[in-house]
Write a protein that binds this ligand. Structure first.
Ligand code: NDP
Ligand SMILES: O=C(O)C1=N[C@H](C(=O)O)C[C@H](O)C1
Length: 268
């Protein structure tokens, strides 16, 4: 039985994660964590979240909560995830991070903790996206500079970061396949009167509308024909169940840096 603490349990993903753990017979909801000082602290979880059946109180102190947990799952905001990961490292608690929108420095700050605890970070915990990521590298390698490559993503109106973490990871897979440096070929800001496509660039487009859960397309355009590879998430449970699978896997790993490809055995 893996005892799982859920950080930021009020969030869209936090609630889905509590539900996924609550329904999984191999896991126990060890600690649903609120923002420090939240006025729901101490309430039975089912009082605020009637779908959760585990009889446990909402808490706001990770140090105390860690005593009853084997692993923590965090989907929140970059700054808070970095702080949470540092605390986990001090507590010796493995952490699964699904948050996106990190700066390079924030990613580095988390990376330095991986000699103390196992840390799994993935911008998308779904099986489908991770399979797509492994396909993209091969397609880019095969088509090379003959293709104009564009990455298009759509999300709900509340999403803070753009392009999505998944879109950026798709770009990295494409760059790897092309044998290029991602930051040198990424085109994020095509706009204005002199915005002709630069040969060899990978363009990004982000749509924000309504309640779209998450859609990602890689377009490979050749002269006279196009390939599109698309993933559509229909339910946030797909991300939550992936993160729970990752947490169960992570508790058996030594300190280090991992991603969802490791869990799914997709690393080449
Ligand atoms: N890897 C994946 O598969 C997926 C990743 N994501 C990513 O997960 C992240 C969260 O998304 P989503 O759930 O939609 O976002 P929400 O805005 O719904 O939730 C954010 C959560 O973070 C909490 N939070 C933010 N700042 C703090 C802080 N300083 N201290 C404590 N708690 C804090 C909020 O608490 P409060 O309610 O108190 O404000 C809230 O619970 C995003 O980065 C998103 O891109 C999303 C889906 C899938
Ligand atoms: O914010 C979201 O909702 C999502 N974010 C992730 C990302 O940025 O890639 C994954 C998923 O598409 C949903």
């Amino acid at each position: 039985m893996t005892r799982i603490a859920i950080n930021a349990c009020t969030g869209r993903m936090g609630q889905q994660l509590m539900y996924a753990v609550d329904r999984d017979s191999h896991c126990e909801l060890a600690a649903p964590l609120l923002r420090k000082g939240h006025n729901w602290t101490g309430d039975p979880v089912s009082q605020q979240f009637p779908d959760i059946k585990t009889n446990i109180a909402l808490v706001d102190d990770l140090s105390k909560a860690s005593e009853s947990a084997d692993v923590l799952i965090d989907f929140s905001l970059p700054e808070h995830s970095v702080e949470t990961a540092k605390l986990c490292a001090n507590l010796g608690l493995p952490v699964v991070i699904g948050t996106t929108g990190f700066s390079y420095q924030q990613k580095q700050a988390i990376e330095t903790l991986t000699d103390k605890i196992p840390v799994l970070m993935a911008p998308n915990m779904s099986i489908g996206v991770n399979v797509m990521l492994s396909l993209l590298e091969g397609v880019a390698r095969t088509l090379g500079d003959d293709a104009d490559i564009e990455i298009i993503e759509s999300h709900h109106r509340y999403k803070k970061d753009a392009p999505s973490g998944t879109a950026l990871r798709m770009g990295e897979s494409v760059a790897k396949g092309l044998g290029k440096v991602f930051s040198e070929i990424a085109a994020f800001d095509r706009c204005g009167k002199d915005a002709v496509r630069e040969k060899g660039s990978v363009g990004f487009s982000a749509i924000r509308a309504g309640n779209i859960i998450g859609e990602h397309t890689a377009l490979f355009a050749l002269a006279g024909e196009e390939i599109e590879i698309t993933h559509k998430a229909r339910d946030r449970q797909t991300f939550a169940q992936g993160a729970v699978r990752a947490a169960r896997w992570l508790v058996d790993q030594p300190p280090g840096s991992y991603d969802m490809m490791d869990v799914l055995g997709l690393k080449q």
